[in-house]
Design a protein around this ligand. Structure first.
Ligand code: PLA
Length: 433
């Protein structure tokens, strides 16, 4: 029988998912090129997919940002288990469709979590929040909305940024540009470069800002720097789009990690926020998040809400109910909320202690170079400064896997595996130029 689908091209290894997506020989000069390989730093998101096929029993996968316990196991928070029990016992819970914009209480409580209890924007009813499919879905819905309704299609992302950003925005119809963010020389923020690039952006351009725990660099602006960024964004009439995937994970405090966003909302201007509960509640697979759009008036908010419904309905009709019910149960109940913050802090603290242990282990081995960036960086990832050759060598010789840009997930390390990683780093630095 002849195949209708025979013209589908074989795909190359996807750097993150370890599945086939694209062959380099199949590439053609379409915008999709930029999506999949990134116009500037293609290796920034590459993961060594060989990890999956490596039979070594002590292989260490530090490529994807998923929290693991000291025993190297995925963690379901106790408070999540309790919320699920409660939901299972509640005969009034059903599995019917949610409205297009999701669970109303979830939206209200999610917005409060990021904007703060005392947010004027919330009081003034000029905030629209709709439940979406985790952070990625929220970014995509926001991007689709902007591509349709915003007069400016240029969107600036940090260089480097989370590898999926360019794909999400390009496929939504926006035109991706980069602003300087990381300075490899100082292993810190290229703040001057950032301000210069934002200052040169066309009026109305969208600017993607990671609210905290910048992925992949682990470098966040200080509060003073955020204030300067805010001033330039507002004075140039740029539209901030916050990616808030790690609230609570950077410092262990939900409020501290929300300060950048709240600073922008407090000035009365507009912004978009993509929110995820994947990491801070460990609900990776539930795909639960929200898109919040802070508007300048209730009237604008009403119109924005109506248009968002039109974006969502043809995309996935309505969002899933279970994750939203879990988050709502926890956010609604003050005891559960408190227990959540304790468990969240526990995860953040374990990551911080992994940083310290890794730094000390590298120091103890006398590894050449300054490794203080390991403890200065924040959040789930550390941008080690290892080059692609060293990364590949470590995978081959030590069975340790990280992204080609030298990013490791600190959340995947444990006291047991720190020495293994420190040995590998020491060997790579001293033997591989
Ligand atoms: N935004 C940023 C900055 C992220 O790092 C991630 C996930 C997301 C949004 C989306 O997460 P969500 O859709 O699950 O809410 N980044 C991971 C996962 C953790 C991945 O890329 O597969 C990472 O390893 O970078």
């Amino acid at each position: 029988m002849s195949s209708i689908l025979s013209k589908v091209l074989p795909a190359a290894e996807d750097p993150v998912l370890s599945v086939h997506t694209f062959q380099s020989k199949d590439l053609h000069p379409s915008y999709l090129l930029c999506c999949f390989f990134g116009p500037i730093l293609p290796f920034y998101e590459r993961v060594i997919f060989a990890c999956r096929d490596d039979p070594c029993p002590v292989k260490l996968n530090l490529s994807v940002g998923a929290y693991r316990t000291e025993e190297g196991k995925p963690l379901v928070l106790e408070v999540v288990r309790r919320a699920e029990q409660q939901l299972a016992n509640d005969r009034s819970c059903d599995k019917g469709y949610l409205p297009i914009d999701g669970l109303a209480d979830f939206n209200k409580l999610g917005a409060k979590l990021i904007l703060g209890d005392d947010s004027h924007a919330l009081e003034e009813n000029r905030v629209v929040t709709i439940q979406c499919l985790s952070g990625t879905g929220s970014l995509r819905v926001g991007a689709e909305f902007l591509a349709k309704h915003h007069q400016q299609s240029v969107i600036y992302v940090p260089n480097p940024t989370w590898g999926n950003h360019p794909s999400i925005f390009t496929l939504a119809g926006l035109s991706v540009q980069y602003f300087r963010y990381y300075d490899p020389q100082t292993r810190g923020l290229d703040f001057e470069g950032m301000l210069e690039d934002l200052g040169a952006a066309p009026s109305g351009a969208i600017v993607v800002l990671q609210a905290c725990a910048h992925n992949p660099t682990g470098i966040d602006p200080t509060l003073e720097q955020w204030e300067q960024i805010r001033q330039i964004v507002r004075s140039k009439g740029l539209l901030p789009f916050f990616d808030n995937a790690y609230q609570g994970f950077a410092s262990g405090s939900l409020d501290s990690d929300a300060q950048s966003v709240r600073m922008f909302v407090a000035d009365g201007g507009e912004c978009l926020i993509a929110q995820s509960f994947a990491k801070n509640m460990g609900l990776y697979g539930e795909r639960i998040g929200a898109l919040t759009i802070v508007c300048t008036s209730e009237d604008v908010a009403r119109k924005v809400h109506g248009q968002l419904l039109l974006v969502v309905r043809p995309m996935y009709l309505t969002p899933p109910i279970h994750g939203a019910s879990i988050v709502t149960t926890i956010l609604k109940n003050s005891d559960m909320y408190k227990d959540w913050t304790i468990e969240l802090k526990g995860m953040a603290d374990r990551i911080i202690s992994m940083r310290q242990q890794l730094y000390e282990a590298i120091q103890a081995r006398g590894t050449p170079g300054d490794w203080s960036h390991i403890i200065k960086q924040i959040g789930m990832f550390s941008f080690t400064g290892l080059n692609e050759k060293q990364v590949r060598w470590m995978a081959k010789e030590y069975h340790i896997y990280m992204t080609y840009d030298g990013r490791i997930s600190m959340a995947g390390l444990s006291s047991k595996t720190v020495p293994q990683l420190a040995d590998a780093i020491h060997a790579a630095i001293t033997r591989i130029p």
